[in-house]
Write a protein that binds this ligand. Structure first.
Ligand SMILES: [Mg+2]
Length: 267
């Protein structure tokens, strides 16, 4: 059965490459949010980036004319903290390789930031990484702490360069411990489960909108939800057609998606 936009009631929206690129808003972002609100489509902005808090993402989006509440943003750090809450009670000791936003997300759930004596090690993207941080995390994992990664992205694309991402730090800890982490972010199912929970959404009425085949689209397929790709980010139409799990729907950009969605709803 062909996928219909008309049946989608919940939308997970990737940000980078969809709503903006770098510091620049992409066309149609404010219109997409307005469209969702007008039609009662509940949305959640879902990102693998754990280095900003929801409040910081709200401020960045606001500067691009996209106005959403903090509750509409789920970072891989927030999803990791929410997931950890299902495994361990508040007060549990957690060692963190990551930035202030990740520590903030864990502390908001009542976790206590600790060193080698931690029961869990959470590793996210950390642009202030040091040998000491890697050493402490490695020793905690060797002592038996459960190893969790916010996301597995090995690299992070800048305008002109490709730099190490959270997955590169995970790889260092894997090399040092021979322990594989439990990874939360896209394309893994944990962040999708957390997002569906947060929205109270049913899978058959939910779609992910993203620009990247190996995270958004692959993750959406694994999670059993509809996948919508826009061609304003990393992946191209040719790559999409050749991908192991091609997206259900592909649009050049957000204005084309919103126009098609309006037609599907007869509005
Ligand atoms: Mg993206």
């Amino acid at each position: 059965m062909p996928v219909s936009l008309a049946s989608i009631r919940y939308l997970l929206i990737d940000m980078d490459g969809v709503l903006y690129r770098g510091q620049t808003g992409l066309p149609g972002g404010p219109e997409l949010i307005a469209f969702c609100e007008e039609h009662g489509i509940q949305y959640l902005l879902v990102t693998n980036n754990s280095t900003l808090t929801p409040a910081q993402f709200v401020a960045r989006l606001g500067s691009m004319g996209i106005h959403v509440p903090e509750s509409a943003v789920m970072t891989s750090g927030g999803a990791t903290a929410a997931y950890l809450s299902t495994l361990a009670p508040a007060g549990t000791r957690v060692n963190v390789v990551g930035e202030a936003a990740l520590i903030d997300a864990l502390e908001q759930r009542g976790f206590v930031i600790a060193g080698r004596n931690a029961e869990y090690v959470v590793c996210g993207w950390d642009k202030g990484i040091t040998f000491e941080k890697l050493k402490t995390a490695c020793l905690a994992i060797r002592d038996g702490a459960t190893f969790i990664g916010t996301n597995g992205d090995k690299t992070y694309p800048l305008e002109k360069d490709i730099i190490p991402g959270a997955g590169s730090l995970l790889a260092a800890l894997v090399a040092a411990t021979d322990v594989e982490p439990l990874v939360v972010g896209k394309p893994e199912p944990i962040i999708f489960d957390q997002a569906l929970n947060a929205l109270g959404a049913s899978r058959h009425e939910t779609a992910i909108l993203g620009d990247r085949l190996d995270t958004d689209i692959l993750g959406g397929k694994r999670a059993g939800i509809t996948t919508i790709m826009v061609l304003t980010g990393i992946s191209s139409a040719e790559e999409a057609a050749a991908f192991e799990a091609p997206p259900d729907l592909t649009f050049d950009d957000l204005p084309a998606l919103v126009e098609a969605w309006r037609r599907a709803l007869g509005s």
